[in-house]
Design a protein around this ligand. Structure first.
Ligand code: PEP
Length: 252
């Protein structure tokens, strides 16, 4: 990747770990953090954010939330607003993860509202796209990615506060990783989509596109060496501080 695109390694803890375990994991990450140019982000469950913000103060590890509600505040029992995660210490947020689309019925319109609100609150957004297995097998995966991008993004989005995560649904938590070539092809396509959406030829080259789907220490080097892969969104392997740090060590 060009040196102008700073790598990012983000851990998505999903709904795992109690707060004590989260604190210990973050202390271990800080202890084993390799020398790196990469931006490192940890996205724990909501209740961890504030305590972890204390642990990660004055370190090179940043905090992110795993989603936020699409409205600023109000009568939405059980939900959490963007300004709240900012107050709790988050600077990043994952939006449009396939699990949110699948289990909570999040649509492109919902995802767009969330991204705009999150950016207005100063959060940098990791926007997830990715095809399902049958879409890969029937060879329509690039069309799926184009649709997911077009229904959410337009020039009113702040592309400086946006990272795209390509996460083929068939590779999430399955142990099946996209090959480096398969991932790189989609990453290049994502850059082209961004240029078409923003009407210029430079935004796609500048934006960071990271890969997610069963990335682990054993396959990270090969994936991260691809020209258009700027980092990783890591689920399972981010729950082990040493594995997470080994992945980070491949991201320069
Ligand atoms: C994810 O859910 O964002 C993810 C990439 O998970 P895993 O690494 O476990 O496949």
């Amino acid at each position: 990747m060009p040196t102008t695109r700073t790598p990012i390694i983000a851990g998505n803890w999903k709904m795992n770990s109690g707060i004590k375990e989260g604190i210990q994991r973050c202390q271990e990450i800080v202890k084993h953090l390799p020398e790196t140019q990469a931006e490192v982000v940890v996205c724990p469950p909501f209740p961890h954010l504030y305590p972890l913000s204390e642990v990660l103060k004055n370190t090179n590890v940043m905090l992110g939330a795993q989603t936020v509600h699409k409205k600023a505040s109000g009568a939405y029992t059980g939900d959490v607003g963007a300004f709240m995660v900012v107050e709790a210490g988050a600077r990043w947020v994952i939006i449009g993860h396939s699990e949110r689309r699948q289990y909570y019925g999040e649509t492109g319109a919902d995802i767009r509202e969330k991204i705009l609100l999150a950016q207005n609150n100063g959060l940098t957004v990791i926007f997830c796209v990715g095809e399902r297995l049958e879409e890969r097998e029937s060879n329509v995966y690039l069309d799926v990615i184009t649709r997911q991008m077009n229904e959410v993004l337009d020039p009113s989005i702040n592309f400086d506060q946006l990272v795209i995560a390509y996460e083929p649904v068939w590779s999430i938590g399955t142990g099946k990783t996209a090959s480096p070539e398969q991932a790189n092809e989609v990453h290049m396509h994502i850059r082209q989509c961004i240029n078409n959406i923003n009407g210029d030829k430079t935004t796609g080259e500048k934006i960071r596109v990271i890969y997610g789907g069963s990335m682990k220490p054993e396959n990270a080097a090969e994936l991260l060496a691809q020209s258009d892969i700027d980092g990783g969104l890591i689920g399972g392997a981010s729950l082990d501080a040493k594995d997470f740090c080994r992945i980070i060590s491949h991201a320069n």
